[in-house]
Design a protein around this ligand. Sequence first.
Ligand code: NAD
Length: 244
Amino acid sequence: MKLEGKVALVTGAGSNLGKMYAAALAGEGATVVIGDLDGDLARSAAAEIADTGAVTMGLEMDVGNDSHIESAVEATIARFGGVDILVNNAGLARGRWNLCSELSNDEWRHIMWINVGAPLACARACRPSMVARGGGVIVNQSSMGAYGALSSAYSVSKLAISGLTVALAHEFGVDNIRVNGIAPGVMNGRVPPEALERIMSMQLLKRRGAPPDLAGTLIYLVTDASSFVTGQILIVDGGVAARP
Ligand SMILES: NC(=O)c1ccc[n+]([C@@H]2O[C@H](COP(=O)([O-])OP(=O)(O)OC[C@H]3O[C@@H](n4cnc5c(N)ncnc54)[C@H](O)[C@@H]3O)[C@@H](O)[C@H]2O)c1
């Protein structure tokens, strides 16, 4: 139980990768707050994880809404005393396969805000509590798509969140807050057959990734196993981004 006494807030954790992250953190003894655009999904994921003996809370939290971010952080502090770990998992995959030039300005703004602006807003909201607790850890969700496998607004936004990770590591290091990122490869999302074929031809491990493939990386990044690691993106993609 490496995270006993720690409080973690995970965004977009009502289902899929975020839910798996929340369960992995709970499995190491953390108290976990599950925020999701869909409040019912958040509460049912929290109840499911609580059934394993963990302390959890699920709440509606649209990371695109500033007041939702503020109230989620306030509710976490009010109920559990503070925030030690923030996992900025929520992301918008719309436009994942579209060329940048095919999106309207509004779609572009929305993707950039949800995938880059909102994680910054969440980090900013959690910082004072982390400072009060002597430090903290932030993990941002990037994507293999940032590293050459895609050309879309989504991939640009994921390269930007990798950049934001380094910027925040610079800004928050003084407060003993480590900021790192995970760039998953193709996990369980829907992928058009021709794109899947192209990605699998570049992937060194010849199987599709699954959410549990990311759990160990998250636990490494939020525990003292990585106590001197900050400003790094760990690419967990079966080797697509590997170059000689
Ligand atoms: N699944 C993959 O293969 C994969 C690969 C690389 C990167 N990623 C990244 O991982 C993250 C999670 O991906 P996923 O496939 O699990 O996502 P998903 O689309 O399955 O959504 C997961 C959860 O996020 C919630 N959500 C959506 N918009 C939200 C918002 N504005 N505020 C709060 N919650 C919101 C949804 O309600 C849902 O419960 C994303 O940032 C995505 O870009 C996913």
